[in-house]
Write a protein that binds this ligand. Structure first.
Ligand code: NDP
Length: 323
């Protein structure tokens, strides 16, 4: 049943990690939520929202399917979170990454333009766009040069600039957010804190020998809880300037080694060995991504509320309940 008074929001990537949390937040804020999914999409992340969402089948790579969605929903807001989001997969499948993130985003913008609607559109750009960052450039401001070091980073930079171009050329109300790493329950199992937490949960249940496989532990990342991140996306859509770009980050860096150490300290099994897995080492990695959120905080008043220690505990408990 469609409500006349509620704001209507479309979430692309609703079956993913951030998209599922975004959907929860929007429902809490009284929005009517429309999620774009594909026929093969896994629905476990949104199973608990069954009956409260409108799920519409569409694919970023199919312009017509997106046009049909825009014409039928006529949204007030779009949160564009769908992507090929895994950096390592962008080396094994660079063109698929480009198609999904660049062509797919272009299709989304075109579907809005041709439907002649005027929603506010938040697009999930990434700190990976900054890529190579010199020590004197941290914490990273939005004005830093983009020197992406992965096909994923390049694809996100292209989407970012395309968002700028569609604002300038056609007046689409696109707000570009450069999210730094966010973690939490439902994070895909291949991502760093999630893979550590899942392995610990498996070891606790004796389903894996007490050895954790790791990649490079020396890199540093600026982590935010996913629930704070999607709140940031929401505030961005309400309060930020179309055409502008904003970092969303905590402003604190954790070394990956520290993330592992903290999760190990939460483990019920105390003797766990660490083994380097060469397949987890990237062809080129970014040593440090530490962001400056001043511009975003000034525009929105956003403040992360959840400590990263809590995020890690929640992630571990999520895996404990699942393995
Ligand atoms: P996930 O990989 O968990 O989710 C990606 C979503 O995109 C899935 O729902 C997937 O659907 C959907 N999708 C992929 N291809 C298509 C397509 N062709 N058509 C329609 N839907 C598609 O990613 P996250 O939730 O972690 O990330 C959300 C966004 O935030 C992404 O754009 C990511 O690049 C960006 N980001 C994430 C960061 C992080 O730390 N998490 C950091 C910075 C940016 P399906 O289930 O069908 O595969």
């Amino acid at each position: 049943m469609r409500s006349k008074n509620k704001p209507k929001s479309i979430v692309t990537g609703i079956t993913g990690f951030a998209g599922s949390h975004m959907a929860e937040l929007l429902l809490k804020e009284g929005h009517e939520v429309f999620g774009i999914h594909r026929w093969r999409s896994r629905s476990e992340n949104i199973a608990h929202l069954n009956g409260r969402l409108h799920l519409i089948e569409a694919d970023l790579l199919d312009l017509k399917s997106l046009q049909d969605v825009m014409i039928s929903v006529r949204p007030d807001f779009i949160f564009h979170l769908a992507a090929q989001s895994f950096v390592p997969a962008s080396w094994t499948a660079p063109t698929v990454t480009f198609e999904t993130n660049v062509v797919g985003s272009c299709n989304l913008f075109e579907s809005v333009r041709t439907a002649q609607i005027d929603p506010t559109i938040q697009i999930a750009c990434s700190s990976e766009e900054y890529g190579l960052v010199y020590p004197q450039e941290t914490p990273i401001k939005e004005t830093n040069p983009l020197r992406p070091l992965s096909p994923y980073g390049v694809s996100k930079a292209a989407m970012d600039y395309m968002g700028y171009q569609y604002f300038k050329s056609y007046g689409l109300k696109i707000i570009r957010t450069r999210g730094f790493n966010h973690e939490g329950p439902r994070r895909g199992e291949v991502f760093v804190s999630s893979t550590f937490a899942k392995q610990i949960a498996l070891i606790e249940k004796k389903l894996q020998p007490p050895v954790i496989k790791v990649g490079d532990l020396s890199t540093q990342r600026d982590f935010t809880d996913v629930r704070d991140m999607v709140h940031g996306y929401y505030l961005a859509a309400l309060k930020c300037e179309p055409g502008e770009v904003y970092n969303i980050c905590s402003g604190k860096a954790w070394m990956i080694q520290e993330v592992l150490d903290h999760l190990l300290s939460l483990s019920r099994v105390k003797k766990i060995k660490i083994r380097q897995d060469p397949t987890r080492i990237r062809p080129s990695d970014i040593p440090i991504l530490l962001g400056d959120n001043t511009k975003f905080v000034k525009a929105t008043g956003w403040k992360p509320k959840i400590k990263f220690e809590q995020t890690l505990l929640d992630t571990l408990n999520y895996w404990r309940a699942r393995v």
